[in-house]
Design a protein around this ligand. Sequence first.
Ligand code: FE2
Ligand code: FE2
Length: 190
Amino acid sequence: MQNIVEMMEYLKEVLSEKRYKHSVGVMKKAGELAKIYNVDIEKAKIVGLLHDMAKEMSFDEYKEYASNNHIELEEDDIKVIAVLHAKIGAHMCKEKFNFTEDMQNAVHYHTTGRAGMSMLEKIIYVADKIEDGRTYKGVEKLRELASEDLDKAIIQIVNFNIIKSIKQGKAIHPLSIDMRNEIIYKKVNI
Ligand SMILES: [Fe+2]
Ligand SMILES: [Fe+2]
């Protein structure tokens, strides 16, 4: 695996300045959460940095990459289009930066979540939504919650996203529902 500086140089070439800054923000936040939850800090930082590496590809580029690399795109992946960059990005991270399976999964599921997430997956899912560049109402409380109880932070994030999708008449990815149900079943006081 290359070092972080080389990865940052690569990202600067494939992402806009705004998204590059977001990526560095997620790297930093993922490192902080990894420290709190006893996860490999270096790994979390690398995944945080690269989680959106495929975000600025076009739909045709996704389709081409998927067919060249035998990646099957399911209907939910195409209809809930924001998911494609995560699925394709996970594959690219493996090819280009030799990601382990857990690191690939953390990229793959950073948008939807899924049931049975590892700690690294949860950290990236949350860090993406609360990095320092995010300014939406309630983000500071969410940052505090994330450092106390990652599952509770995930529930707040997924609730917010589901409500937003309903208001906008958008589809909800079934993996997000699976993730939410699993945490709700496990916990009583959310
Ligand atoms: Fe993303
Ligand atoms: Fe992101």
